[in-house]
Ligand binder design. Structure first.
Ligand code: ATP
Length: 472
């Protein structure tokens, strides 16, 4: 197995975690450089806190290795790791004042009184709470309480500070102030910060490196600029910032077809005529007269956002978002120009444009032309099809043949919604059942990370024998 890299303070190798038979971390690998501000970013339930708990020693992985400063630390209890944690709920001692809260850990370690006094003083200066020593923590604002929690966590000089959504309880204004203060504290103390959040703006503002997670895997690791400008897939593009994400076809190197129009781009190596996802940021679309652009559309909505106008434009049956300092009027026909560099090409997250499964026919009725099939843990009837009992049938379904059973009665139950991405015309939804992934097209906004019953419209399906047996 690969070892930890030398200049890394924390390395995770092939970490796998399962709770109640459900995969929470699916073989993740992560290297964190010393003195870096690293943010783990992702939607609720994707495994961010679990990753932090593994690093902190609060949870042992099912398999995989954890390295700290080059040494394997699997099994080492939290108090023996040179790591401290700040949680969203600061867990300060309400009956103690600021000084005593910050001094608590050092008193347990029985450090000399003078040293405790000196270190608390230094730390309170760093978190901008000089002079607050005697103040009861209950009489502090949320932001001040959070700074006491950070001072308490840093005063024993850990090499790594883990922060789990520490600003989540603060209002927006205070959160913004604390974001820049946290970055300053990290730089002043020269400590590695590993910060967990689902707020993309927070991640982009503070971090040296952003780790984007989704559904127990790491989708991308990069600087804030890299994950924003060069997202590796539609999930990252959608999660970080606003984006127009559209289906396209890479015709050949440096040439992509979007909505029937060929556009020059800079990407290579996708092959010929390959279906791809395209991302174009709203601020990268230049509004020009219709005759000057290949993509033309009609403005359907204009909203003033302070610095720019946000315009919704319908083009080729797709909805586009444009941010521009020029204001167009609803009903205007406009040209949309994008320089090749700003057309980002990504591999599709779902490799095919259709769904396919093989099921066994457990009963069949030639007169009624009806079969009963078993798939995963379910059995269901399919009308207007006949195959002999016992045969294996391959079923192919287009994405619009899948839906979420509104009445709760699906063909397969408990299917997990992994991602929902608006593709200009429809939402493209990726779901996961016990044995496979599914691609669904829907006009409804579904909730990610929920379990739903999935229904198939077999009138839109094609059927064929999966084994060398003849259809009758
Ligand atoms: P959030 O932003 O909501 O805190 P997260 O990305 O930090 O989410 P985790 O807390 O790591 O997510 O949880 C990942 C998944 O693991 C969730 O589905 C959660 O319900 C599940 N989970 C976490 N801890 C346990 C546990 N002790 N037992 C069972 N399931 C758990």
């Amino acid at each position: 197995m690969e070892q930890a890299k030398n200049d890394m303070i924390v390395s995770l190798r092939d970490i796998f975690v399962e709770f109640d038979g459900e995969v929470i971390l699916n073989h993740i690998n992560l290297d964190i450089k010393d003195k870096e501000f690293v943010t783990i970013l992702g939607p609720s339930g994707c495994g961010k806190t679990t990753t932090l708990r593994i690093i902190g020693g609060f949870l042992e992985p099912g398999s995989g290795e954890v390295f700290f400063d080059g040494k394997k630390i699997n099994g080492l209890p939290p108090y023996k790791r040179n790591v401290n944690t700040v949680f969203q709920k600061y867990s300060l001692f309400p009956h103690l004042n600021v000084f005593d809260n910050v001094a608590f850990g050092m008193r347990i370690k029985k450090l000399p009184k003078d040293e405790i006094k000196k270190r608390v003083k230094e730390m309170l200066a760093i978190v901008d709470l000089k002079g607050y020593e005697k103040r009861a923590v209950s009489k502090l604002s949320g932001g001040q309480q959070q700074r006491v929690a950070i001072a308490r966590a840093l005063v024993c000089d850990p090499k790594v500070l883990l922060l789990d959504e520490p600003l989540g309880a603060l209002d927006l204004k205070l959160r913004k102030i604390m974001q820049s203060e946290l970055k300053q504290i990290q730089q002043k103390t020269n400590t590695t910060f590993i910060y967990v959040t689902h707020d993309q703006e927070e991640a982009l503002t503070m971090s040296d490196t952003v780790v984007v997670m989704n559904n127990g895997v790491i989708e991308q690791i990069g600087t804030p600029t890299e994950v924003y400008n060069e997202p590796v897939n539609a999930f990252v593009a959608d999660f970080i910032g606003e984006a127009n994400i559209i289906n396209g076809i890479m015709l050949r190197d440096k040439c992509v077809k979007i909505l029937g129009v060929e556009l020059e781009c800079v990407d290579k190596g996708f092959g010929m005529n390959t279906p791809v996802d395209i991302v174009i940021r709203p601020e990268d679309i230049e509004v020009v007269p219709p005759e000057e652009a290949k993509l033309v559309g009609e403005v359907t909505e204009v909203v003033f956002k302070g610095v720019h106008y946000e315009m919704t434009v319908m083009s080729g049956g797709c909805e586009w978002i444009i941010h521009s300092t020029d204001c167009c009027k609803v009903g205007n026909r406009i040209g949309m120009k994008v320089v090749p560099f700003n057309i980002q090409i990504m591999n599709k997250m779902f490799p095919k444009s259709y769904n396919e499964f093989v099921c066994r026919v457990v009963a069949s009725d030639a007169d009624e032309r009806r079969i009963t099939v078993s798939l995963e843990d379910s059995e269901f009837d399919i009308e207007n099809q006949y195959f002999e009992e016992g045969s294996l049938v391959r079923v192919t379904l287009p994405p619009d043949a899948l839906s979420i059973a509104g009445d709760g009665v699906g063909h397969i139950d408990d299917v997990y919604i992994e991602s929902v991405i608006f593709k200009g015309e429809h939402n493209e939804i990726i779901l996961e059942s016990d044995e496979q992934k599914w691609l669904m097209q829907s006009d409804v906004d579904e909730q990610v990370a929920t379990y739903v019953p999935l229904k198939f419209d077999f009138a839109k399906a094609t059927f064929e024998l999966a084994e060398g047996q003849n259809e009758t």
